[in-house]
Design a protein around this ligand. Sequence first.
Ligand SMILES: [Zn+2]
Length: 262
Amino acid sequence: MKRIALSFVAVFFCATALFANDPSESIPAGLETVTIDNHQIQVYQGQVGRWVETAGNSLSSLAYRFGTTTNEIYKINRGDVNGEYVFVPMSQKYYEEVVKQGYGRRILKVDPRKLIWPVETPNRSSGFGMRFGGMHNGLDFACPSKTIVVATMEGTVVQAQWMGGFGNAIIIRHSDGTETTYAHNTTILVRVGDHVTRGQAISLSGNTGRSTGPHVHLEVRFDNVPLNPEDFLQYGLSQPDTVVRERLEQPTEASALNLQDQ
Ligand SMILES: [Zn+2]
């Protein structure tokens, strides 16, 4: 049964490749599996771990707690360990313990061409277009402060800093030439030049800059022209289903995560 399913997938991908140049987009693309970072398990530079507040924690105590070394923490943060947060890689043992406790991440089947949602339970609070006599260039997702914000598509971080009305904001450039912006964050986690994968935690949401309540402002731009993010999101305004939550009985998933066993 499994073999039949696999050959079906292979045929499906071949068919998709054959018709890749069809501009009508009537052929559905093959779906891609994406793992979405949560508060307990996150990815940075291809390693599994967690962003941890540095206040009140020495690097050696963090290393001990997560089963890694201070050297590994230095390496993955490229020596930048004096910020508000550091990324701490976790050992296979620590990872397994977190998953056993039921905190495994959501795994989604998504359209590889479309953006995923930047937050887990989005509440669309404002759309793209004219608003209060001015142009609103993005889509707003109301969510509690410090919600994990994830990259909606793979790309490279080109800006990650305070941007006036945007507050603490991040801009990611994608291979198709589009850029996505994530504004009003409490905390920026990633750094300029970082390669980020889809579903990777990039910030903690907030209410910084010109904002009237905690939310994520998402923009999509091409050649700096703002486009309606709703046209780029998976399934319009509905969310893709969670296929499964990360479990230990899935060795293929675990090995794909490049876990570092200390
Ligand atoms: Zn907005």
